[in-house]
Design a binder for this molecule. Structure first.
Ligand SMILES: CC(C)(COP(=O)(O)OP(=O)(O)OC[C@H]1O[C@@H](n2cnc3c(N)ncnc32)[C@H](O)[C@@H]1OP(=O)(O)O)[C@@H](O)C(=O)NCCC(=O)NCCS
Length: 157
């Protein structure tokens, strides 16, 4: 298990986009976050520019100085008041080191203490068993199920 010292969350920089592009060429990563195709570098640039006008909070994940993924907390119309959803993606080469656990624990604390949310949601695709195990371990509870996804929730009060 990695310590907090080796994992860093920071603001996304333009120069991170080539790493995100590389990470997302892997079907084991892009298919899990609901992309049908791997993104092009132009898609990544467009996404980066869209962040300025959006209400989402997005961070680059660094592991020992290497960009290994990103994570975000975002609002959506389908969510109840005082709620947000989060998403995370990590380079497959770095799975299983405890990075996802540390980052999710930090996101939960941030959602609760800084954003003062009442609950935090996530959606996980059926078959994404690594992610499901992680979320159950952290205390997320089943909320609803569709034909493709399970929605889970962590209530804060
Ligand atoms: C889900 C994801 C973020 C987990 O990140 P990670 O850094 O591998 O997470 P951790 O190392 O903290 O492992 C978390 C749990 O995942 C499981 N897991 C991770 N890697 C594993 C591996 N190689 N073999 C078996 N289980 C594994 C374990 O259950 C582990 O918990 P445990 O160590 O207590 O048993 C990462 O796999 C990922 O980015 N996947 C692709 C995108 C995605 O699925 N995003 C989430 C969409 S809902």
């Amino acid at each position: 298990m990695e310590t907090q010292n080796s994992v860093l969350l920071r603001a996304v920089e333009y120069t991170d986009l080539t790493r995100f592009y590389q990470i997302l060429q892997n079907p084991n990563v892009y298919s899990k976050i609901d992309l049908v195709h791997p993104p092009s570098i132009e898609d990544e640039i467009q996404w980066y520019h869209s962040l300025k006008d959006s209400q989402q909070h997005v961070w680059t994940i660094e592991y020992r100085g290497i960009v290994v993924g990103n994570c975000r907390i975002f609002k959506a119309d389908y969510l109840p008041e005082n709620s947000s959803e989060f998403g995370i993606m990590i380079d497959e080469a770095f799975w299983g080191k405890g990075i996802g656990t540390l980052v999710c624990q930090w996101l939960i604390q941030y959602a609760k203490d800084m954003l003062k949310l009442h609950q935090l949601f996530l959606e996980v695709k059926h078959g994404n068993d690594y992610a499901k195990r992680l979320y159950k371990k952290l205390g997320f509870q089943p909320f609803s199920t569709s034909s493709t996804h399970e929605k889970m929730v962590m209530p804060f009060q």
